[in-house]
Structure formats: C-alpha cells, structure tokens
Write a protein that binds this ligand. Structure first.
Ligand code: SF4
Length: 484
C-alpha cells in the first residue's frame, strides 16, 4: 500500500509535495520520494524513512520546478530497499511516474520488455508500468508527443498490465509539461484530483492531500480513463477501457483516513454506517454488555455508531502511544507484553467489572486480537466481547494490501466455532457479508459495486495460479505485515 501526489502549476512543487505527502504518511512509512521538473530537466530524490526525516530544506531546494510527483511507500512486493522507492524515471522519452497498487503479471511484463531489449531494474512494480507506457509512447514517435499518443500509451498499459493501479506521471505532451493520471479499468485503488484557485492541478491517493494544500476536490480519478492536467487549462479526460468499477472496500474499513472522501462519500460516514449495521446485527445475538470501547485509532467512528445503536456508553479504554517506535523481538512473554503496552495501554477503571465490547476494524492473522484480549483481561472485566466491523478475512489480497497467504489467515485456518477461544475472548462477532454489501449499497452516493474479494473471494481481476505463486514468493521476503 502506498500514497502518491502529483502537482502542476504551483510556485514551488517540492514544498507542496512535502505537505501533500505528510497528509498521506499513513499510507506508507517505509520510504518516500519526490521528483520535480524544471524546463525539461527532472530532479529526483528518494530514501528510506518518513517524509519529515527524508526531506530537509536543502533537499527540497534542490528539487526545483513548478510540477512534481511524490510518493510514500509501504512495500507489498520487493525488499524495501531505497532503489525500490518511487517515483521512477525513464529518459526515453522523459517520463516520471509513481503509483499505488499491485501488478499481478510482473513476470510476464518483464519477459515482454526483455524481449524488446528493455531491462527492469527494481522489484517495484511501477517500473514495468512506466516502461510499457514509455515504450508505447516512443513507438508512436521519439519526441513531440500528443494527447492522442498518451491515450494510446495508457491503452497499451490497460491491455498489458493486470492488477490494480492508480498512477501519476509527468511528461511533455503537446509541447507543455503535463500531469497525467490514470486508474486501472476497475478503479480498485483510490485516486482523486482537484484544482487550486490559481489554476494549478493536483492528483492524489486521498482527498486529504488536496485539503492540506487548499485545492478544491473535483472528484475521483475515473476508472479505465486518463486525465491530462496543465496549469490554467481545463483537464482533458479520455475514457479508454472502463470496466465495472470495483473500488477496494478495505480502504474504507481500515486504510484511508476518515476525513478523506471516496466514490460513495466521506470515509467517516462509511465507517459510521458499518458500525451501525454491526450494532444492529449484534443486538440480535442476545448478548449483554455495559460499555463499547474502540481499538484506536481506526475503529472510533464505528464504535460510536455501534454504541448509539445499542444504547450503551462509549468510552476510550486504550491509550495509544503516538511516540513509540519500532519494538524488537523480545526474548520472553513478559517482555513482549511490555513492548505491546508501550504502544497501547488500557485504562483499568473503564474495564474493571464490566462486560465490554471491544470494536476493531478487521482480524487478519489474529495476533493483535489475542494481545488486545490479554491487555483487556489484565484489568479484570466481567466479560470481553470482540466486535469487528468487517467480515472475516478468508482470502488474500493480490491488489496492493499486504494480506498474507491463505494459510496465515486465522479465519481461513480455524472453524468459526473455535475463533472466540483462539482469541481468548467470550464472544467474537463479525459484520456479515450481506451486512457489508448492503451497507455499501445504502450509502447516499453509492453507484457502484465494490471489491471485497478478501472477504468473499470474488476477485475483479482474475489471478492465475502462476501469478499467485509469484506474489506469495515475493511476499516471502522480509516484509512488514499489517499485524492485525
Ligand atoms: S481483496 Fe480486499 S484488500 Fe484487496 S483490493 Fe479487494 S477489498 Fe481491497
């Protein structure tokens, strides 16, 4: 999972990108990068670490120009080295590109490119997208590319590249620097764009980046289409290959910031609707509780909605330490418990003697929920009920969210009757599949289906057995997990 920002027509692109990337830091903390263009010359800088640590004032000053692209990286493939950080650049013709997503047929693309004498150098899957795009442009003409050339190059990408990807690129089109943005034919990964009062344009993974820079949001990047943006001009939007839109529901559940807006509306409202439905489903189970407690930070909105439906008090029972860094492998259980408490500490009075409902966004591997149950039980509650505002994750994601192979998914490994015991809680309740589907369909601006393949196994883009094996092998490298 990653975040991208593209901007054009601002006074100092690097300073603007730095702020936009900080607004998207939650989408990737492993590495970040930025590229700008100044009179046809590209300047690129990328490194491992957070945006505030990687970009000093002197680094930003060297990134000159009024247009640029920035990226925050959370690797779902690759080794997490600096060379895999984005954006990527190709000299022939001059194109700078960054993306969010996951390409499922990287091996096939690498073979195709190699057959034409083009080597893929990194383990980052934006590089094959960039090289397919650049090659298609160069085949039409070596320089002086037109809008039609870009449209045909994106068409070539849509035909050749499988998976989920939202991309931004900078290149010269019709003799002018142009910000180019496109989203895969199903629009699985998010992307939006907007304008500034001074005629500048911006595209980003989430609207919060546009908010941070004072840009007005125009809308979501259209799926299966390309948008070309130039300062002071209306954008050119060309529809190429739109298939049924299937944006990722997990963005709404967990990944995106609640203040971002996506197709069906504000993420906060979507989470509220999910929590409300979970409350309605929980009420039918005949269980009793005294208080609803969120697992911070993502679950707050849904927990408030659930508490309202059940007529129960909502209380903050866990305090999250914003300043804890990485905790390392600890030698014994007590030390591991200490490391976990460093990150999340319970307030005993909120739990003691009460039947509590802990609300969380999702359960993937089951490790976090076991730790949460241990922490809650150390405060001597009368009962601990786990309520999750998404269905059980039973299938891996191949489209850019780091969800492990099926054998690591706890809900796929254990029968439902064993979940509560395995997690160490008195009960565990998930939002039903129908509940999630109906909730999404009921939202005011809902006009599309969604991808919920990690819950129901209905993948919008088929993934072959060979592609699955390659993705699983790539994930076998040392990568951070979601840990949930
Ligand atoms: S499989 Fe799940 S996480 Fe992956 S894109 Fe679909 S909804 Fe999102």
């Amino acid at each position: 999972m990653c975040g991208f920002v593209g901007i054009i027509g601002v006074e100092r692109a690097s300073a603007a990108l730095s702020m936009g990337l900080q607004a998207l830091q939650h989408r990737g903390q492993d590495a970040c990068g930025m590229g700008t263009v100044e009179e046809g010359r590209f300047h690129v800088y990328k490194d491992l670490g957070l945006v505030v640590n990687v970009f000093s004032e002197s680094t930003l000053s060297a990134l000159r120009g009024t247009a640029g692209i920035g990226h925050t990286r959370y690797p779902t493939v690759g080794t997490g080295v600096r060379e895999d950080a984005q954006p990527f650049y190709t000299r022939r013709p001059g194109v700078l590109m960054a993306h969010n997503g996951n390409v499922t047929n990287v091996d096939e693309l690498e073979k195709r490119l190699l057959g034409r004498g083009i080597h893929v150098q990194s383990a980052c899957d934006v590089e094959p997208i960039l090289l397919v795009f650049a090659e298609a442009l160069s085949e039409r003409r070596p320089q002086g590319h037109t809008t039609d050339d870009v449209v045909e190059a994106v068409r070539e990408v849509f035909e050749a590249v499988r998976g989920a990807y939202s991309c931004v690129a900078l290149c010269e089109v019709d003799g002018k620097e142009t910000l180019v943005a496109f989203r895969d034919p199903h629009g699985i990964r998010p992307g939006s764009y907007g304008r500034s009062a001074r005629g500048g344009w911006m595209a980003a993974s989430e609207t919060v980046a546009l908010d941070a820079l004072g840009f007005s949001v125009v809308g979501d990047l259209p799926h299966g289409a390309v948008v070309l943006m130039r300062p002071g001009e209306e954008p050119v939007i060309r529809t190429i290959e739109p298939l049924a839109p299937r944006p990722c529901v997990f963005e709404r559940i967990y990944f995106a910031r609640p203040d971002s807006a996506m197709e069906e509306g504000r993420v906060n409202s979507t989470r509220w609707a999910m929590g409300k439905r979970l409350g309605e489903e929980w009420a039918k189970l005949g269980l009793q509780a005294d208080v609803v407690i969120p697992v911070p930070d993502t679950s707050r909105t849904a927990a408030q909605a659930m508490a309202e439906v059940l007529g129960l008090p909502y209380r903050e029972g866990f305090i999250k330490n914003r300043y804890s860094g990485r905790t390392f492998i600890m030698p014994d259980a007590a030390a591991r418990q200490a490391a976990h408490r460093l990150k999340l500490n319970p307030i005993p009075e909120i739990f003691e003697g009460k039947r509590v409902i802990l609300v969380d966004d999702s359960i993937v591997r089951g490790t976090t929920v076991r730790r949460l149950a241990d922490l809650a039980k150390s405060t001597r509650p009368a009962a601990v009920h786990m309520a999750v505002y998404s269905p059980p994750v039973k299938h891996p994601c191949y489209y850019g969210i780091d969800m492990p192979s099926k054998r690591e998914l706890v809900a796929a490994k254990l029968p439902e009757s064993e979940w509560a015991t395995a997690f160490g809680v008195d009960s565990v309740t998930f939002l039903s599949l129908d509940g999630l589907r109906e909730t999404m369909a009921s939202l005011p601006h809902a006009s599309h289906a969604i991808c919920m393949a990690c819950f129901d196994g209905d993948y919008p883009v088929p993934v072959s057995t060979g592609e699955v094996a390659a993705i699983v092998a790539d994930r076998g490298r040392e990568l951070p997990g979601t840990g949930t």
